[in-house]
Design a protein around this ligand. Structure first.
Ligand code: GTP
Ligand code: MG
Length: 249
């Protein structure tokens, strides 16, 4: 078993809440309503993972399984410029983009298959100077939600999601990588999905994910990140800002 790595979020409070950062060999689920910042955090982690260890990174590359077509290279550029500002050092955003491998998932089955492709790519890069140390699935549940409609399909959906998550956990273990997945919850109660404060996928996502982060909007660019039901850390909250330059305290 390899030593667990820690990936910095770039935010002091958020890192402290996580015991230093996002763990490798674990699934971290971010859930929250639209605009709560899940995709923004995902972009920032895709940048940070490439940094050297002294700057909170894992010297690695990242694979993003993008199910909603929300990956934005321009946003990466802004965040890399934000890093230059923060560390008073020049970074080349094209270098950063080169190490972000984005795959679009067209439906839930395709999404599951892409984990196998991710394994192949990670194997190829294993001995390179930028091994894959982070995999992001944004959104984990959107396709499942759209495809499995009606009460009769619930068991089937959960079974598929479960299989998907186990594949992701295996990826995290094999490559000593962080696994970060997003999951939308509705602001208002929903007839089918029920309690708005509970993530879609319910218990299966909840039990498989090692760390569950509930994101919600606050004033202006502020977002509240709540650590929920962690096995070894106290429940806590951290406030972050989503700025043009990226995540800040
Ligand atoms: P869904 O995917 O719809 O569930 O939402 P999400 O949780 O992924 O939200 P997302 O991370 O996309 O957050 C959107 C919010 O981030 C916006 O409302 C803005 O407040 C902020 N944001 C997004 N892009 C930028 C940007 O380029 N600059 C700045 N300053 N803020 C941004
Ligand atoms: Mg999003």
């Amino acid at each position: 078993r390899k030593l667990v790595g820690k990936l910095s979020t770039g935010c002091v409070e958020f890192n402290e809440m996580m015991g230093g950062g996002i763990d490798t060999q674990a699934i971290t689920e971010m859930y929250g309503e639209f605009g709560s910042g899940k995709t923004q955090v995902a972009h920032q982690l895709a940048v940070n993972v490439q940094l050297p260890k002294e700057q909170g990174g894992l010297d690695g590359s990242v694979i993003i399984i993008d199910t909603e077509n929300t990956f934005r290279p321009e946003r990466i550029k802004q965040m890399v410029e934000g890093l230059s500002e923060k560390y008073g050092q020049e970074y080349d955003y094209e270098e950063f983009l080169k190490h972000i491998h984005v795959a679009r998932a067209f439906n839930s089955n395709h999404q599951i298959l892409l984990v196998d492709s991710a394994m192949e790519l990670a194997n190829e890069l294993k001995n390179s100077d930028k091994p894959v140390r982070l995999i992001i699935v944004d959104s984990l549940t959107a396709h499942f939600r759209a495809e499995y409609i009606g009460r009769g399909t619930l068991a089937d959906r959960q079974q598929k999601l479960n299989k998907h998550l186990h594949g992701l956990q295996r990826f995290g273990d094999l490559f000593n990588a962080c696994v970060v997945v997003t999951n939308q919850v509705m602001a208002k109660p929903d007839a089918f999905f029920g309690d708005p404060t509970k993530p879609i996928g319910g218990h299966i996502v909840g039990h498989t994910a090692t760390f569950r982060l509930y994101l919600r909007k606050s004033k202006g660019d502020k977002r509240i990140v709540r650590l929920v039901d962690s096995p070894n850390l106290p429940d806590a909250e951290a406030i972050i800002s989503v700025t043009t330059a990226g995540l800040r305290d």
